[in-house]
Design a protein around this ligand. Sequence first.
Ligand code: DAK
Length: 258
Amino acid sequence: MQLENVQVEIREQVGWITLNRPQSLNALCAALVSDIGRALEALEADDDVAVIVLTGSEKAFAAGADIKEMKDKTFQQVLAENFITDGWERVTDCRKPVIAAVAGYALGGGCELAMMCDFIIAADNARFGQPEVTIGTIPGAGGSQRLTRLVGKSKAMDMCLSGRMMDAEEAERAGLVSRVVPLASLQDEVHGIAKSIASYSRPVVSLAKQAVNAALETTLSEGVRSERRMFYSTFALEDQKEGMAAFAEKRKPDYRNR
Ligand code: DAK
């Protein structure tokens, strides 16, 4: 598909969305956010795609919302037009797994976009931050909420109040990213991870994603109950029978996504 601000590529059941506004370090202007939404919709609807990866360039995943686009907006305008809200949460609605492959800067809305993905793999040059305070505003796409859930109050306060950046090593230590890999191998590593997820039963992967997400939205006892219901429901799938039979017979499973 042809979109102005993102490149979309499908390889081996993995749909790659690459943000492509290099002249502004992938600053998230309204058109780019809209293109991300359209690309996600297309890949979600495509049966050839099991897993989606969102990535940027080696220098920047995304340096935040486009400051030049928003700097002259008034309070009345942003309120009335629901400024840049359209499309932002699209990634959290996606039922297929979405991995953020982050190299370079992931700042402000860039960090928020990465945190909306299911998990983040960082290159060793990645830098995360919520620097909005340095330009006279605060996080606006969930940064204060998701960062706090991921890294705890103390570090989230530190990031949001000081506006400092966190490097990849600190981000992994803090639980913001799941793995750090060398910049040169980021694409290969993420593609390998995505392919291995794509090799499993799609309904089972989808249930696992829902189960983990429930942990952030509900109480522990309700989360455990809903996990159990989903676990039991996998026993209605042919793929659960196939997975366990393959283990017992010492062979590779042949999942049919049903
Ligand atoms: N917006 C617009 N242009 C940007 C940009 C940004 N966020 N970041 C970088 N650029 C542009 C620069 O202006 C420069 O353009 P030219 O001057 O060449 O025309 C080009 O990208 C290269 O940047 P630099 O020359 O600054 O490159 P450096 O390597 O020296 O520095 C940097 C890289 C990332 C440290 C620096 O560019 C920087 O500090 N950028 C701004 C980071 C920032 O403050 N980000 C937070 C923005 S506020 C919401 C959704 C989202 C948001 C809010 C609400 N809703 C759903 C309601 C999000 C808000 C934000 O993200």
